[in-house]
Design a protein around this ligand. Structure first.
Ligand code: ARG
Length: 461
């Protein structure tokens, strides 16, 4: 039994197994700065409300600032015997300032304390991730502008479909990441309430002012129900689920980079400094970084699923189960930030090969729709009939081992005389992208405008 265990007055102390499963300081030390911020705000508020004297508050705040410095400089030793970060900080405060330290926990419980710490931590994590996404979108816009007119194949079912531009393809990811920013910011808006004052579960009888602590901590407001305040982890679930959707986008982009960098595709050249080699094959340059962008999604989905499962059966209010929220949160935050940084580095580092994407864009009769549309516009066919004529044409060419890209209008006229007056440009991929001017379409003129628009939307939200 340790004499400084907080519940020493009641319980006789635990076994080492209890400590092993119960102690959380191994991971929740990462809440230390937020814990100190919360305690300082709480101490100031207690003095303002005359629950403690201002001399006591000053002593407490000075002690906490010293502990903040010790933690930052690595001079602080966290002791698992003291369970968690909260008890470690408080025990050190008692070493530093003596029994006055015991006044800090007036009108507070670890239940509202850990809730406020976690909210502050997630708020910072959202801001960090959002700032990284801002930069990713900026890089996407820059690269899309350069490649706004460079044609590449567009796929459905990973089969050649219709030509698009590289800029258009990149901006599609820009839209995804902008929505991710929006989801993170809406999660931030909901978490922006201070739970301090809920105490253990029921509120407190001390004449406290939760609005004052909320203001000091930069929260927009105060939680409305003390039971909810200490048992809500929706704000972590919101962050994890926004993060899981973001991880889907990162993973899809990683997958495309892996495919694009093969000699078979050859759409991009990977940056040398972000490639890994092989221990046996001397020629290899492997896309390990985009592969890990793709794979990180697995653990982030796992973190979300872990916390959903922890929370789903818990009766109100706090249960110790909720301590299991933190490893999932920290793991997801670390890996989300790392993978978004990887996205930025890859987007900056890859070199597109527009001559290769341009020639591949014509593979697989990708202008067939444009030829059918020409029959509709110039020869007055119903679209279904034009579709069937061009379908037959493509089949006829295929038997001869040819595609539309290898044929001139006069050759096509051997199949159907209506093609005699087909302008040759209708068979080009440039024509195909230029005419797709419907809103959000791939025409280079629109892509350039869309890039400017996305830059503006990214700066405005
Ligand atoms: N380490 C705990 C957690 O993370 C702090 C709250 C403990 N509260 C309690 N009543 N045991 O959830």
């Amino acid at each position: 039994t340790r004499e400084d265990q907080v519940w020493e007055g009641w319980l006789t102390g635990g076994s080492s197994l209890l400590e092993e499963i119960n102690a959380s300081v191994r991971f929740d030390y990462r809440l230390a700065q937020q814990d100190i911020d919360g305690s300082i705000a709480h101490a100031h508020m207690l003095a303002k409300c005359e629950v403690i004297s201002s001399a006591e508050a000053e002593q407490i705040v000075a002690g906490l600032e010293q502990i903040r410095g010790e933690i930052k400089s690595g001079d602080f030793t966290f002791d698992p015997g003291l369970e968690d970060v909260h008890m470690n900080v408080e025990a050190r405060l008692r070493d530093l300032i003596g029994p006055t330290a015991g006044r800090l926990h007036t009108a507070r419980s670890r239940n509202d304390q850990v809730a406020v710490d976690a909210r502050l931590w997630v708020r910072d994590a959202i801001d960090r991730l959002d700032a990284l996404l801002v930069r990713v979108i900026e890089v996407i816009v820059d690269r899309a502008e350069v490649h706004h007119a460079d044609v590449m194949p567009g796929f459905t079912h990973l089969q050649c479909a219709q030509p698009v531009t590289i800029g258009h393809h990149l901006l599609a990811y820009g839209e995804m990441f902008l929505r991710d920013r929006d989801r993170l910011r809406s999660a931030r808006r909901r978490l922006d309430e201070s739970p301090l004052g809920a105490a253990a579960l029921a509120g407190t009888g001390y004449p406290i002012d939760p609005y004052d602590t909320a203001r000091r901590l930069g929260f927009r407001g105060v939680t409305h129900n003390s039971l909810d305040a200490v048992s809500d982890r929706d704000f972590i679930l919101d962050y994890l689920s926004a993060g899981a959707t973001l991880a889907v986008h990162v993973s899809r982009l990683g997958e495309e980079m892996v495919i694009w960098s093969t000699p078979q595709f050859g759409f991009i050249k990977l940056p040398e400094d972000l490639c890994a080699g092989s221990s046996i094959m001397p020629q290899k340059r492997n896309p390990d970084l985009p592969e890990l962008m793709r794979a990180k999604s697995g653990r982030i989905f796992g973190d979300l699923m872990a916390l959903l499962t922890v929370m789903k059966g818990l009766p109100l209010a706090y249960s110790r189960d909720m301590q299991e929220d933190k490893e999932a949160l920290f793991d997801a935050a670390d890996n989300l930030e790392l993978s978004v940084r990887a996205v930025e580095a890859m987007l900056r580092g890859i070199t597109f090969r527009p001559e290769k994407t341009r020639s591949d864009a014509a593979l697989g009769n990708t202008v067939a729709t444009d030829v059918a549309d020409w029959l509709v516009a110039e020869r007055g066919l119903p679209f279904r009939e034009a579709h069937s004529v061009v379908g037959g044409l493509v089949k006829w060419l295929g038997v001869q081992g040819r595609e539309l890209k290898d044929s001139s209008p006069s050759e096509l006229a051997d199949f159907d005389t209506r093609f005699e007056v087909l302008p040759a440009e209708v068979l080009t991929v440039e024509y195909a992208v230029a005419r797709r001017t419907s809103p959000g379409g791939t025409s280079p003129v629109l892509v350039r405008k869309a890039a400017v628009e996305l830059r503006r939307r990214n700066a405005e939200i």
